[in-house]
Design a protein around this ligand. Structure first.
Ligand SMILES: Cc1cc2nc3c(=O)[nH]c(=O)nc-3n(C[C@H](O)[C@H](O)[C@H](O)COP(=O)(O)OP(=O)(O)OC[C@H]3O[C@@H](n4cnc5c(N)ncnc54)[C@H](O)[C@@H]3O)c2cc1C
Length: 426
């Protein structure tokens, strides 16, 4: 049996480890257009910020492929899937046959068409090569002013990293507020204030309509309202959309991401999809959707990898989760946390604007469906457990918001089900 994986990131690692846990004989090949061994994308901002060296990006030891008897085919782009013929075609004209195929191509950065986009000094921020490009640009040309387009998780991470490099950042966000997908308006305001305190100009409800250049390099952007902003580097950190290019033109069913069942099987025989490219089950909203986070990618990869070698472990679903830090203040959101003014939901909040510290719990039918923590995040693990396990917290609701809230606050019968932990680490 030959298993072929396209993409070499969190999903691939999950698949390889689950597959090898039960099967030593299958031949496993991983195709990746990137040249590096598996690295952690969540650490890219720490690399950009100068907090870690590139060697610390490694997600697994360098002998991972040998240890797991996997053939890496690096710097090779898969260009098409021949579904009928059970083979993957690559850019160099090779056809790679498979018995089972996992599409783990992740996401592609969203970049709105903007005149001047090809100017030197304009970057996206999803790959190690992007960070290396930004670092060499800054090293070669210097510069202290950056424009970051996007006020979501990726834009915030890029901004925080550039601040750590001592740069002045202007953040441009199209929506009326930053982090709208993860935070409610109060938490969003706290994070905006923190950015302001750190010297960031946060421009919401705006966008860059044109990129200006001088001597072939980016020198500024023009905003929709006509205002110019000078900069030496520009980063599009808007987020990603599922990288479904490979299945265009096939019969494989795609909505926003590739449609999969609870074993990560696509609509085509012997083809799986998992990670940022797939639309898998979100147990909080009770529907399939793309949730582009590392733990989901690893878990879904593991389900697909096991199923390829005959182990049927259905996916129990994932939970959306975002962890960021601005100016040393951490924030975490879990589940359906940004809901505001919706019927049938209850909102428990505790705000200390000056600290800043904020806790917001969202409940529906006595069950926790979302949580936001700003400043003090050490209960994130237990709230995540309650959300994931859909535990009835009716009897413990008085204690829910307490800083002492813990497993002991729950009725005995639930304690063994709940995940514990100090915050969420990726
Ligand atoms: C800057 C940044 C910070 C993040 N921080 C966090 C965080 O703190 N916590 C968190 O949970 N998540 C975070 N994420 C999200 C997380 O990294 C992703 O959810 C995760 O990497 C998805 O893994 P994946 O395996 O699905 O795909 P990806 O990691 O996107 O990898 C896909 C791989 O497939 C390759 N590929 C694509 N098409 C082809 C092709 N045709 N041929 C060959 N190779 C191909 C790509 O080059 C890439 O190497 C962050 C993401 C970014 C960009």
């Amino acid at each position: 049996m030959r298993a072929v994986i396209i993409g070499n990131s969190a999903t691939a690692v999950g698949a390889i480890e689950a597959l090898r846990a039960v099967d030593q004989r299958a031949e496993v090949l991983v195709i990746s257009e990137e040249s590096h061994l598996i690295y952690s994308r969540p650490l890219l901002s720490h690399y950009l910020g100068g907090e870690i060296s590139c060697s610390r990006l490694a997600y697994r030891a360098s002998d991972f492929y040998t240890q797991h008897d996997v053939t890496p085919i690096l710097e090779t782009r898969a260009t098409a899937i021949d579904v009928e013929g059970h083979q993957v075609l690559t850019a160099d004209g090779t056809a790679i046959p498979y018995d089972k195929l996992l599409i783990a191509t992740g996401g592609v950065p969203i970049v709105p068409p903007t005149p001047g986009i090809d100017t030197q000094g304009v970057f996206t921020f999803t790959r190690r090569a992007d960070v290396e490009g930004i670092l060499s640009h800054l090293e070669a040309h210097g510069g202290k002013r950056a424009v970051v387009v996007g006020g979501g998780m990726i834009g915030i991470k890029a901004t925080d990293a550039l601040l750590k490099r001592g740069m002045h950042v202007t953040m441009i966000e199209l929506a009326p507020r930053i982090l709208g997908a993860a935070l409610d308006s109060t938490a969003s305001r706290l994070m905006t204030n923190l950015l302001h305190d750190a010297g960031v100009d946060v421009l919401t409800g705006n966008t860059a309509t044109e990129i200006q250049s001088r001597d072939g390099r980016v020198s500024g952007v023009t905003l929709r309202d006509g205002d110019p902003i000078e900069c030496d580097v520009m980063i599009f950190g808007i987020g990603v959309r599922p990288n479904t290019a490979l299945v265009q033109g096939t019969d494989i069913q795609v909505n926003r991401g590739i449609v999969v069942d609870e074993y990560m099987r696509t609509s085509a025989p012997d083809i799986y999809a998992a990670g940022d490219v797939a639309e898998a089950y979100d147990l909080v909203v009770d529907m399939n959707r793309t949730v582009a986070i590392w733990p989901n990618a690893y878990r879904q990869g593991a389900i697909a990898g096991a199923h390829m070698v005959g182990i049927e472990t259905p996916d129990q679903g994932g939970v959306a989760m975002n962890a960021i830090e601005v100016h040393g203040v951490p924030a975490i959101s879990v589940g359906n946390s940004n809901l505001e003014d919706v019927p049938d939901h209850e909102f428990l909040t505790d705000l200390d604007e000056r600290a800043p510290r904020y806790k917001r719990l969202v409940l529906k039918d006595n069950r926790l469906v979302g949580a936001i923590l700003v400043g003090r995040i050490n209960r994130a693990g237990i709230y995540t457990g309650l959300i994931r396990q859909k535990i009835d917290v009716g009897a413990s609701r008085a204690a829910l918001m307490s800083e002492q809230f813990g497993l002991l606050s729950l009725p005995d019968r639930y304690r063994k089900h709940v995940v514990t932990g100090e915050g969420i680490e990726v």
